[in-house]
Design a protein around this ligand. Structure first.
Ligand SMILES: [Zn+2]
Ligand SMILES: [Zn+2]
Length: 685
């Protein structure tokens, strides 16, 4: 964080040096969803089957699943494969089977899914999985394992379906223009003990399609795969428990050589929030010796056996060296998080997660042109131009940033929307009267917006105009003009929109404009108006609202809409990996298994169908006589899922006999290996 004085306050430009290596590790973490989608791996060299299935050959089947009562034939449990380049070496021949093949549990798993997405807490899920014969409740660990299993299978299913969709769309020449809403959502999780109610914020990057509401990814800055103790020991300690790797050597021109402690982008752990990582590694050892002590104390033993005394001495030695590293070499600030140290994983620096999230998104979409709409986030400034560099050069990418009135209440928002609608109706009537009868409403809206557009700026205490955006956006690489306009068609009101990246032809023109003067070029103004009316992050916020309503661990614990102050979140989120699983399961359910109406002010197709003007019966009060009256409704919203609207679900939008997909048909197929020879093997066994 820069603390140079600008005027009478800090300039607050945050400046981190990013490391490509860390970015690539983070990208790999997100693309494999914390390793869940990594698939089979050669035990000798670590090559992934899914990367190059052609390098693996089949070597017979393994095991048998006995015939079922329902007439199902016996079939092999798994298949042996050999990684050809490593043939003959240890680990190169291995068996691939599917986890949880017993179909008897299928019913349970589907019930679990339904309960999860409808706000059940862990305690309710445990009751749900009670053994019907013995009445024995299911352990929390087993509930977690079921949840992780659901997460993995749903993610694999979604990846396969999205890939099909991308290939199909690309074969047809690609999606002409996709608009993606992106926002950061902070979920405060309590993963401390019951007596310790501090919340740790996890930052989640969410991206959703503006036209259809499809939520492509939600990525939390938490790496569930790492063991903090292991990471620190492997990277910084040698066999004698001496620090290695902690200094960087430099040579000056004068021939002077010197070393200094490595900077975070040079350190192997630089991708993580290192203060928390080291604190957690240290506390794992502390918890370990405390538990040993406690177990013996409970037995009434004052003196521990020698073996355990050695263990405790060893733990103390590790803690000492960890503390030397934290405070002596790297100078991390004290942190008292993770004091329980009961789970693995580490918080990742949000910039890396953000960059990797956008890179995953970029590779997922079959878009010819792409527009990202987001809020003013400092980290986006550093990440977006980097991740989309090639797209920007090819003139296929735009980035719009919006600001809106977050403090407005719901009634205030609808009052503003109504005021706008009235003004626009008058505008339309005038336009029609003056002969513009052929112009579509959408074109008129764009005209109205262009006419009402004005520069947005702030004023400093002495009344001078200052640029609107936060300091990170005031760089010369971006156009400085941000605009407001009276158009209120999204959930957000009093919108101000900036255009950091625009198509080249407009960008050059806009960069010539001062921050407080509207450009005079009518082409440019029309282009800005068209963009302004499509700038929204509503798809992300409506997804998050529905998530918060339905999934108890994600309720907003703090912030403006908190109803009863900071709320404590029960049991469910002691382990952040479970929270991540909740998010993914809910997201896929939202995208594919639940039909809802959706309207987007910028959708190409109307999301409503005309219904015949029937009649209805209204009962006369105090009697049984019914009076006939015409139905009001002329348009009915179409119920569908985001996947159908996106075209990533083969079922037809207009079909009236369409059923919601049955999770039972989906969960038990080998989606992880979709599109490879293994998929065929499992499907036809
Ligand atoms: Zn500065
Ligand atoms: Zn190999």
């Amino acid at each position: 964080m820069c603390h140079h004085q600008q005027g009478n306050h800090d300039c607050d430009v945050s400046f981190n040096v990013l490391s490509n290596k860390h970015f690539e590790s983070e990208f790999d973490r997100l693309i494999t969803q914390n390793g869940l989608l990594e698939g089979p791996v050669c035990g000798h060299c670590g090559a992934r089957y899914l990367d190059q299935p052609g390098n693996f050959i089949f070597n017979g089947s393994h095991g048998k699943i006995p015939a079922g009562k329902n007439g199902r034939k016996a079939k092999p449990a798994g298949f042996r494969v050999i990684h050809k380049p490593c043939k003959g070496k240890a680990g190169a021949r291995f068996t691939v089977s599917l986890d949880h093949q017993q179909q008897e549990k299928m019913h349970d798993n589907v019930r679990l899914l339904r309960a999860l997405v409808n706000g059940a807490r862990i305690t309710a899920l445990r009751k749900l999985l009670v053994d019907p014969d013995t009445g024995k409740k299911c352990g929390v660990e087993r509930v977690y394992n079921r949840i992780f299993w659901l997460e993995k299978n749903l993610l694999a299913f979604e990846r396969a379906k999205l890939k099909e969709w991308r290939d199909k769309t690309e074969a047809q020449g690609g999606h002409p223009h996709m608009r993606i809403a992106h926002d950061d959502v902070v979920i405060g999780v309590n993963w401390e003990s019951r007596s310790d109610r501090r919340l740790t914020p996890l930052q989640c990057s969410v991206s959703a399609d503006i036209d259809t509401g499809y939520v492509f990814r939600i990525d939390a800055n938490f790496d569930t795969t790492v063991d903090p103790v292991q990471v620190v020991q492997e990277n910084y300690l040698d066999d004698q428990l001496m620090p290695t790797n902690v200094r960087q050597a430099y040579a000056q021109k004068s021939g002077n050589n010197f070393t200094v402690p490595s900077m975070h982008f040079q350190r192997p752990t630089g991708r993580f929030e290192e203060a928390a990582l080291f604190a957690s590694a240290e506390s794992h050892w502390r918890v370990f010796s405390l538990r040993l002590d406690k177990e013996y104390a409970a037995q009434g033993l004052a003196q521990l056996p020698q073996d355990d005394l050695d263990e405790i001495a060893n733990a103390n030695e590790h803690r000492k060296i960890f503390n030397t590293l934290r405070n002596g070499y790297f100078g991390f600030q004290e942190t008292d998080r993770d004091s329980r140290g009961s789970f693995n994983g580490s918080v990742v620096k949000p910039t890396y997660t953000k960059a990797a999230h956008l890179a995953c998104l970029r590779d997922l979409l079959p878009a010819k042109r792409l527009t990202i709409v987001g809020e003013q986030e400092a980290s986006m400034v550093r990440v977006v131009p980097h991740v989309f560099r090639d797209w920007i050069q090819e003139d296929r990418f735009e980035w719009h940033v919006m600001h809106f009135d977050k403090n407005a209440s719901e009634p205030e928002n609808s009052r503003r929307a109504t005021a706008f609608k009235t003004a626009f109706d008058i505008y339309k009537a005038r336009a029609h009267a003056s002969g513009q009868t052929q112009t579509s409403d959408h074109a008129l809206l764009s005209q109205f917006c262009a006419g009402a557009m004005a520069p947005a700026f702030n004023r400093d205490p002495s009344g001078h105009m200052t640029p609107f955006p936060i300091i990170n956006f005031r760089s010369v690489q971006f156009p400085q003009l941000w605009v407001r306009s009276g158009v209120e068609i999204h959930g957000e009101t009093r919108e101000v929109v900036g255009f950091p990246v625009l198509r080249k032809k407009y960008r050059q023109k806009l960069k010539g404009s001062a921050f407080h003067v509207m450009p005079t070029d009518p082409d440019l103004c029309d282009a800005l108006a068209r963009r302004y009316i499509k700038a929204t992050i509503h798809p992300v916020s409506s997804f998050m609202n529905s998530l918060r309503e339905r999934v108890s661990p994600t309720k907003r614990a703090r912030g403006r809409s908190a109803r009863n102050g900071p709320s404590y979140i029960n049991g469910a989120t002691f382990n952040p990996a479970v929270l991540v699983a909740f998010l993914n399961i809910y997201r896929i359910n939202y995208n594919r298994f639940e039909e809802r109406p959706y309207s987007s002010a910028s959708a190409r197709n109307s999301n409503q169908v005309a219904v015949s003007s029937g009649t209805q019966s209204i009962r006369r009060p105090g009697s049984k006589v019914k009076v006939k009256a015409p139905k009001q409704r002329k348009l009915a919203p179409i119920q569908s899922t985001p996947a159908i609207r996106l075209g990533a679900d083969a079922r037809r939008m207009t079909s009236t006999t369409r059923a919601t997909p049955d999770p039972r048909r989906i969960l038990y197929r080998p989606w992880l290996n979709h599109g490879t020879p293994l998929w065929k093997k499992f499907e036809t066994r």
